[in-house]
Design a protein around this ligand. Structure first.
Ligand code: ZN
Length: 237
């Protein structure tokens, strides 16, 4: 479980750096609250001893990623980390923006599926469309939006760019028009991997859980949480 770590740990009489654990620190001015700021001459990071606002803790982004990916909702994360929900939502958008799209290996076999969910109210249905690379089980592209061909097409365009060898989908009629016939397959059990992934997503992301009062209020945050879930793990190392 995440613990609030002090950014500057006292070791004997000397302070050590939170980022690289060396003791090569010098004083580097004061904050507006008159707190001593330190500069690590080894890694170049600046920090203070005790943060008033927990969201400034160096490890907070990693903790947010970890908690988000383990089925903890927005308000629970805010209680655990002692930061406000407003700050948390802003930070989630910030983290998601800094995560780059993964590199795509060309000529692979993919499974594409659309998952039904809603934002704000049950009648506002949307799709989460994503593509799974079959051999590595990694998500290469996803899109969140209205239940239209346009939403599907964003993901399929990425696969077209990746020169997909085969694309397995379910029997939704739209795919027939959007994917070139020679590479399109709708075989029985062809989408087994991605169907299982749907179940994992529903378990791991609080907002996609069934039979709860937890749901997404905005597409932007839903999209950011998915981005963090799919591609944020490497970032959190
Ligand atoms: Zn350092």
């Amino acid at each position: 479980m995440y613990q609030n770590v002090e950014s500057c740990i006292r070791f004997g009489v000397k302070n050590i750096c939170m980022y690289c654990s060396c003791d090569n620190l010098i004083k580097s001015g004061k904050t507006t609250n008159e707190k001593q700021r330190y500069l690590c001459k080894n890694c170049g990071n600046r920090f203070i001893e005790n943060y008033t606002y927990q969201a400034y803790q160096p490890q907070i982004n990693k903790a947010i990623i970890q908690l988000n990916n383990e089925g903890v909702g927005i308000r629970s994360i805010s209680r655990i980390l002692k930061i406000s929900t407003t700050t948390l939502l802003k930070r989630i958008l910030f983290i998601a923006d800094s995560i780059p799209n993964p590199p795509i290996v060309k000529c692979q076999t993919y499974e594409v599926d659309e998952m039904r969910t809603f934002v704000q109210k049950k009648s506002r249905l949307i799709w989460i469309v994503y593509a799974l690379e079959r051999s590595t089980k990694s998500v290469v592209s996803f899109n969140v939006g209205a239940r239209t061909n346009r939403t599907l097409n964003v993901v399929l365009k990425t696969l077209q760019f990746a020169e997909a060898k085969r694309i397995y989908t379910d029997k939704l009629a739209s795919y027939k028009y959007l994917i070139a016939n020679p590479i399109h397959r709708t075989a029985i059990r062809g989408t087994n991997h991605i169907e299982r992934k749907n179940l994992t997503l529903r378990t791991h992301l609080k907002r996609l859980n069934r039979r709860t009062i937890c749901f997404s209020r905005s597409i932007a945050i839903l999209s950011a949480c998915l981005r963090i879930y799919f591609w944020g793990r490497v970032f959190a190392m």
